[in-house]
Design a protein around this ligand. Sequence first.
Ligand SMILES: Cc1cn([C@H]2C[C@H](O)[C@@H](COP(=O)(O)OP(=O)(O)OP(=O)(O)O)O2)c(=O)[nH]c1=O
Length: 201
Amino acid sequence: MQSIVLASASPRRAELLRQIGLSFLVQPADIDETPASNESAEHYVERLAREKALAGSASKPDCLVIGSDTSVVLEGRILGKPATTGDAIVMLQALSGTTHQVMTAVAVVHNGICESRLVITNVRFRELLAAEIEAYVATGEPMDKAGGYGIQGRGGIFVEELRGSYSAVVGLPLHETAALLAGAGYPVWETWNSRQESRNE
Ligand SMILES: Cc1cn([C@H]2C[C@H](O)[C@@H](COP(=O)(O)OP(=O)(O)OP(=O)(O)O)O2)c(=O)[nH]c1=O
């Protein structure tokens, strides 16, 4: 079986891949993340996931390379990672009491061919108090996360309802990732079997 490369600096994505039993190499991809003019959020997120996977594959052509991108989208507006704590406060104020979309795309490059999937999850936040937004931002948790929150962390207490994929919100949709890997000739469950066999030998 080919080696897997995760073209990402996100510790959440690595954790999610480990969760499903995969062994892989981490090699973050450095790409320009500026949206093109008039580009839709859907197009932007999927394009970035593909560019990250393709950038990773350029230096590891013999590997199966996974790239992904997550953006929070509020009324069509893309909220990336906050640049400052002030930014994080503004994002969280905007998300308070509303429903937003978390768009995550995953792309897999295999033998030069790139396949990708986009997953859209609706997340509703309850009304947030100004004081709790300040306290949350002071923890530092929002700073490396799209939309300025982490559902898997303290930010979990803001989420009233989620419709879609929890793993996609955290950074990597596991069902779609496994489907793409299977399509590339790498069914995830087969790696469980081979590990089991090597332990039994
Ligand atoms: C909404 C949300 C996002 N996030 C994270 C997932 C991603 O790491 C990050 C979105 O930024 P991305 O630009 O998608 O990813 P990244 O810069 O962390 O890593 P790379 O580009 O190298 O793959 O936000 C959470 O951890 N929890 C959440 O609830």
